[in-house]
Design a protein around this ligand. Structure first.
Ligand SMILES: *Cc1c(COP(=O)(O)O)cnc(C)c1O
Length: 388
């Protein structure tokens, strides 16, 4: 079939007409359990009444108003994020890549405006993913994603993820910040060794540089805590959010301490759509829902149920699945055989999952997923593994 879209995606021959909670329904009425959730985006599942109400209510009032004016709805969401985290200030963009771009610019500007313009390089990690802009591609340094786009943006150094000595050795007089995913998502749900993030915090403190967490995938309840940094007990200076924050509506945010963000003065950064009122209405409803102790405790319980079931699957189908890794409702299964084949086979059994690097399939259900739905997904995985 010819398409008017640029063929940048290897799309599955499958489309959906609507969604209900953790379920996607295709045009023929077939139901699929959605354990990809738009790649960790639909935090409250599909068509959540609270989000639908928030969005439609705002849609009848005002959609967009430029950042030439005060936007109280932005102030309100920023205040919620600040109250829920280490941060003092927030910049809103529209995507994960933009949230990271803000973090990168903030780090360079932090040092430049304090009389240290020579500190402009960012230390990042092999296997990471930070987005598809020229800057964030250079940060991740994945050769496959950089191919054919000319010389990468300069100023990024990558070292092996999980190797503290390698990170220590790579920090120099030009280093401005460390940019790291607390758990690598696209890289294959790679959890760093215990103490690693604290080690990076210590390195940042010792060298007077910023520690920046890309929590675009791990943030907003995914790990059973509001943010993965809270689970790790390591507080960054800067944090990028997107994905779950809008529950499916495009929004990104860069959070920072006032000290880290000191260089971000008027005129230093901007976004036409950033902090759009529709996005803010949904983000406020997401934060109100996810940000309660009860909700997060439930995510933790559901995550433990999923993890235990996956561990059983790995034990039963050792020839198909090599290992489980992850935390909360951010789980990965490393496949021994053909991972794309497994993703397709699972879909045939009625389960949607997301592929990742390192031969891993990601299980990222909406945070509202119920225990019966987790059990149903595990049964589908069991059948798909048993049928080869
Ligand atoms: C998805 C993702 C991004 C990029 O987000 P976009 O909205 O696609 O730009 C960046 N970092 C991490 C960790 C992600 O998971």
């Amino acid at each position: 079939m010819t398409s008017a879209l640029m063929p940048t995606y290897a799309r599955a021959a499958q489309s959906f007409a609507r969604g209900e909670g953790a379920w996607l329904i295709d045009r023929d009425g077939r139901r699929f359990l959605d354990f990809a959730a738009g790649i960790a985006v639909c935090a409250l599942g599909h068509a959540h009444p609270r989000l639908v109400e928030a969005l439609t209510e705002q849609a009848g009032r005002l959609w967009h108003c430029s950042n030439l004016f005060e936007v109280p709805e932005q102030e309100a969401v920023a205040a919620r994020l600040v109250a829920a985290s280490f941060a003092d200030v927030v910049f809103f963009g529209n995507s994960g890549a933009e949230a990271n771009e803000c973090a990168i610019k903030l780090a360079r500007r932090h040092h430049a405006m304090a009389g240290r313009p020579e500190r402009w390089r960012i230390l990042a990690f092999e296997g990471s993913f930070h987005g598809r802009t020229l800057g964030t591609l250079a940060a991740a340094g994945n050769p496959k994603n950089l191919l054919g786009f000319g010389p990468p943006v300069s100023g990024f150094d990558q070292v092996a993820f999980g190797d503290l000595a390698a990170a220590a050795a790579r920090i120099g007089p030009e280093t401005a910040a460390i940019l790291v995913e607390p758990i690598q998502g696209d890289g294959g749900i790679r959890v760093p060794p215990p103490g690693y993030l604290q080690g990076l915090r210590d390195l940042a403190d010792r060298h007077g540089i910023l520690l920046m967490f890309d929590e675009i995938q791990t943030g907003i309840g995914r790990t059973g805590r509001m943010f993965a940094y809270q689970q790790a007990g390591v507080v960054p200076d800067v944090m990028a959010l997107a994905k779950g924050l809008g529950g499916g509506f495009p929004v990104g945010a860069c959070l920072a301490t006032a000290r880290a963000a000191a260089g971000m003065t008027a005129g230093s950064h901007a976004s036409t759509f950033g902090g759009n009122l529709l996005a803010m209405s949904v983000a406020a409803a997401v934060l109100d829902t996810v940000g309660t102790t009860d909700f997060l405790a439930e995510v933790e319980r559901r995550g433990a149920r999923l993890a235990a079931g996956l561990d059983e699957l790995v034990a039963r189908h050792g020839a198909v699945f090599e290992a489980r890794r992850g935390t909360g409702l951010m789980q990965g299964l490393r496949c021994r055989g053909d991972q794309p084949g497994m993703v397709a086979r699972l879909r045939a059994h009625g389960l949607i999952v997301a592929p990742a690097q390192d031969n891993v399939i990601r299980l990222l259900p909406p945070l509202i997923v119920g225990p019966a739905e987790i059990d149903a997904a595990l049964a589908m995985l069991d059948r798909a593994a048993a049928t080869g």
